[in-house]
Design a protein around this ligand. Structure first.
Ligand code: CU
Length: 281
């Protein structure tokens, strides 16, 4: 064997050896990867199991406001002082469909002043005037047009919170929002089941009117807040504002006919404070 042939042979052997080692390592790496994948699959299974358990753990409804460790709750009652006016029954004969939804005028009572059996005043928007800003809830607000009425009659939303407007009636409604600060909108919904989504991008704490251009009796009020610290009194006059950071605040109570009142309130860490408002008829 010549020297040249020997060198060539050694070179070839070295090449083969390096190739075999490389393959071996490659296989090893591949095996490790497979093991890794197995581990990952194991973790995925665990995570999936946790996910399955999660909804049960969070079954309680999410609070509207962000949780604050020291948060206080402000709640109370709105009362009506005086003799409650008897609500007029709205005449809906201009639209036979609307009228058919309220046999004998049932459920067609005017909602301007709604007083409960114990003299409680409903539809009063209670809000914290000078609270820190807070994020919009992830859930949309809703306005339902049903029986040619708006549900709810009074509400507040947070800036940029989606508002779903639904026509539950087999008749044309034309929803017309008339804000002073935000942009107005005016939209016809001719078909039952239609849903339009809107939002308001500016703070507008004084409620503005929303009306229907087809049915003159349909009206609703909406405010746009910088935070979720508000509540609307129910039929029992109750309101509740949870998750409020401790502080001294001006609380406003607004009613569409009787105007608005203010109160100064200081809430401490984790305190639950009761306040009340009274509107004179
Ligand atoms: Cu209408």
């Amino acid at each position: 064997m010549s020297m040249k042939k020997f060198v060539t042979l050694m070179f070839a052997l070295t090449f083969v050896l390096v190739f075999v080692m490389a393959c071996g390592k490659g296989h090893e790496a591949a095996s490790k990867q497979e093991e890794g994948e197995d581990d990952e699959a194991g973790q995925t299974t665990t995570a999936a199991a946790n996910n399955t358990a999660a909804p049960a753990a969070s079954a309680t409804p999410a609070a509207a406001a962000p949780a604050v460790a020291d948060a206080a709750t402000l709640s109370g009652t709105v009362k009506f002082a005086g003799t409650a006016p008897k609500p007029a029954v709205i005449q809906m004969s201009a639209d036979p469909y609307c009228q058919s939804q309220h046999p004998n005028g049932q459920g067609a009572e005017d909602e301007e002043v709604v007083v409960g059996p114990g003299g409680e005043l409903a539809n009063v928007l209670v809000y914290v005037k000078n609270a820190p800003n807070g994020p919009a809830p992830s859930t949309p607000a809703t306005i339902d047009q049903k029986g040619c009425r708006y549900y709810p009659h009074v509400q507040a939303v947070v800036v940029n919170q989606p508002i779903q407007i639904k026509n539950d009636d087999a008749t044309l409604h034309n929803i017309h929002a008339m804000p002073a600060v935000n942009s107005a909108f005016n939209e016809g919904q001719p078909v039952q089941g239609m849903v339009a989504t809107k939002k308001f991008d500016k703070v507008e704490m004084t409620p503005f009117r929303i009306k229907c251009d087809v049915h003159g009796w349909m009206k609703s009020f909406m405010a746009v807040m910088p935070n979720p610290y508000f509540s609307v009194s129910k039929m029992d006059g109750q309101f509740s504002i949870p998750n409020l950071p401790p502080g001294t605040y001006t609380i406003v109570a607004w009613h569409e006919k009787y105007g608005q009142q203010e109160q100064q309130v200081t809430v401490g860490a984790k305190e639950t404070k009761q306040i009340s408002f009274s509107f004179k008829g």
